[in-house]
Ligand binder design. Sequence first.
Ligand code: PMP
Length: 437
Amino acid sequence: MLNLEKSAAAFAEAKELMPGGVNSPVRSYKSVDCNPPFIDHALGDKIYDIDGNEYIDYVGSWGPMVVGHAHPKVVKALQEAATRGTSYGAPTCIESDLAKLVMEVYPSIETIRMVNSGTEATMSALRLARGYTGREKIVKFIGCYHGHSDSLLVNAGSGMATFGVPSSPGVTKGTAQDTISVPYNDEEAITKVMEEVGDEVAAVIVEPVAGNMGLVLPKQGYLKKLRDLTEKHGALLIFDEVMCGFRASLGGAQAAYGITPDLTCLGKIIGGGLPVAAYGGRKDIMAKVSPSGPVYQAGTLSGNPLAMTAGLATLQIITAEPEYGKADYSRELTLKTKKLLLGWQEKAKAAGVAIQAHQAGSMFGIFFSEKDVLNYEDSCNADQEKFKVWFKAMLEQGIYLAPSQFETLFMSGAHTDEDIDRTIAAAEKAFAAVAAM
Ligand code: PMP
């Protein structure tokens, strides 16, 4: 039995200090009805709790730790940067260095603005889309998460297109009424909405590979349909690649599916584990952002030198600049992920447990479902009770997974073949536990 005594005491104390004991809800393990391990440190492919337990980590801080934890090159760069001061609130060359690297890999980004979180990136991209088009409505997809800004905390539940019901107290009806939610992967639903109100829509924002309802891939032709519809109605297409950027493929979902959005939001990875995100895209649109244009957006810590340093060091490794010498980092991650998922599928089948396994590059996940999962409704219909049993059985065996079926898992360059074999062996026992329910 996993000993989590110290973590339990730390959690009890934290609950007196922070809402639910955490600074971001999913960390509370509420959805799996157990206490979270409190983390002491992480190195490479492993994460260690304050009780001394070691886990193979497939959460990777929810995506950014693509080169593994505390990679020596990232740590060295950060140590050097820290001796030069932690923040200036003034321009630096490293902001341009990171911008250039990101734009090389994402040619649709002709101008970029660095911010501090994915929430800020999407919120600012929407303000820009509204400022640029002079329109007020936005369209999002049910089950896609774009951070917690008011206009995007509108969801409306599954089913048909619904107009503006806030999904959190504190989001005003006025804000919510400009957000239209439509089911993901449903060409008819989005076509109908655009036919009805497309000329009032500033932007359609989508997770082109959806990672916040579990991992759900776009159907063939779906992203092209969104591109065509937005073009037809003069609305902007915003790809929120905060999670799938540098993950679905090196060039993100836009490269993997060959679709060029007007604006892209990136996050997580481009800060290598420090708080960074960005939005960018067509030059003529980005020219509206202050101070070159009238759409206001700012940040005291935006472009922070430590955060830029960690991001640059991380991206240099995965984009295989000659100095780092890896042939194709993304491809290697994709192959490792495939191996792991094949193993899981085999063990699930042998145990007689129906799963749907999804992969996009180095992102992966499974659903306990007989039928494929194409949208939020399908994801909600997958068996959450089975997930809880599976999750706990994996944790007991030292495999650290996201504590909710509505999340995605991530492979890193630090994961070894031995990790993958161990994770497949653990899955065999965890599927047996599910089968015995
Ligand atoms: N967009 C997507 C697709 C995300 O996955 C997330 C966070 N998981 C966000 C936006 C918000 O990013 P942050 O938590 O950095 O505000």
